[in-house]
Design a protein around this ligand. Structure first.
Ligand code: NAD
Length: 289
């Protein structure tokens, strides 16, 4: 079965491509390389021995999206990772975020409606829960007003999918709300390789370890947590990638209960920034500045 992975050369996308290939799926990747490099294909191929089909394409260009789907009418599922994801940047560049995260989703859903098989997995985020009132956070926790344009694009994205599912019962979708993906494939052939200044903790840790960054700053030591630093629920990227394959199989095998489902992807256990740093130091034997 042919599966389209948008943003498939990015951090989570590349790990998911490998897991899809492991399960025997044929993968087609779309990416515009705005936050990844083409070399990631070599990493994927080194792990799976299968070179995925890649099309460099900007999903903001409607005509290009249309002609892609005209060429690939036999796609049986789409995993839509492509988006801009930096919370801080989204505050400064809201329209860029709304254009890249919302327009591309609309184009994807429009083209999907022309296919025989309309199975769609969407990258959402735990950011939709804001500061939740109860822990652990379940899918029933209320969605709070978004704290950034980025978070808003995920909420609006889910609403767009929900509204579309209401009028198109051939569309089957699952929105996966990720907590904090970290780590890399154990082969180290692929990992988290953002372009420019990272937006996540682990690339800051690893880039400091190899001397790309002079020092690692920890912001805030007086949060109401055991060691005062921020606590997050981190999930390994390979576990996250495998969850995408499980979600896709659920749709392909018709095991979904409604045509618009939502699942959290986390571990339910929090770790602090200092714990993450200390774990890295213990495992790597490198002391961070
Ligand atoms: N990493 C996280 O902490 C996290 C948490 C929650 C949700 N998410 C969501 O998961 C998805 C993947 O995140 P990631 O960490 O792998 O990000 P990433 O930046 O590593 O990957 C996204 C990929 O999409 C590509 N892309 C962006 N805009 C595009 C466009 N218009 N056309 C074609 N390709 C485009 C980028 O070049 C990149 O390769 C995103 O939707 C993100 O919002 C990520």
């Amino acid at each position: 079965m042919k599966i389209l992975v948008t943003g498939g050369l990015g951090f989570i996308g590349s790990h998911t491509v490998v897991e899809l290939q492991n399960e025997g799926f044929e993968v087609v990747i779309i990416d515009n390389l705005s936050n990844s490099t083409v070399e990631v294909i070599d990493g994927i191929t080194a792990i799976s021995n299968i070179k995925p089909h890649f099309e460099k394409l900007d999903l903001k260009v409607k005509e290009d999206v249309k002609s892609f789907f005209n060429k690939h009418k036999d796609i049986t599922g789409v995993i839509h990772f492509a988006a801009s994801k930096a919370v801080g940047e989204s505050v400064n560049e809201p329209l860029m975020y709304y254009e890249n995260n919302i327009t591309t989703l609309v184009y994807m859903l429009q083209e999907l409606s022309g296919l025989n098989k309309q199975n769609f997995i969407f990258s959402s985020s735990c950011t939709v829960y804001g500061q939740a009132d109860e822990l652990p956070i379940t899918e029933n926790a209320p969605v709070k007003p978004a704290e950034s344009p980025y978070g808003n694009t995920k909420q609006i994205g889910e609403e767009i999918i929900r509204d579309t599912c209401k009028v198109n019962d051939k569309l089957n979708s699952i929105a996966l709300r990720y907590f904090n993906p970290i780590g890399a494939h154990p082969s180290a052939e692929i990992g988290e390789l953002p372009i420019g200044v990272p937006q996540n903790l682990v690339p800051f840790i690893t880039q400091t370890a190899i001397g790309m960054r002079e020092q690692l700053s920890v912001f805030g030591g007086d949060y109401p947590t055991p060691d005062g630093t921020c606590v997050r629920d981190y999930i390994h990227v390979v576990d996250l990638a495998k969850a995408h394959v499980v979600a896709l199989q659920r749709l392909l095998e018709g095991r979904n209960i409604s045509n618009c489902e939502v699942f959290n992807l986390g571990t339910g256990t929090g770790s602090s920034v200092l714990q993450a740093i200390q774990s890295f130091e213990k495992v790597s034997g490198e002391k961070l500045n």
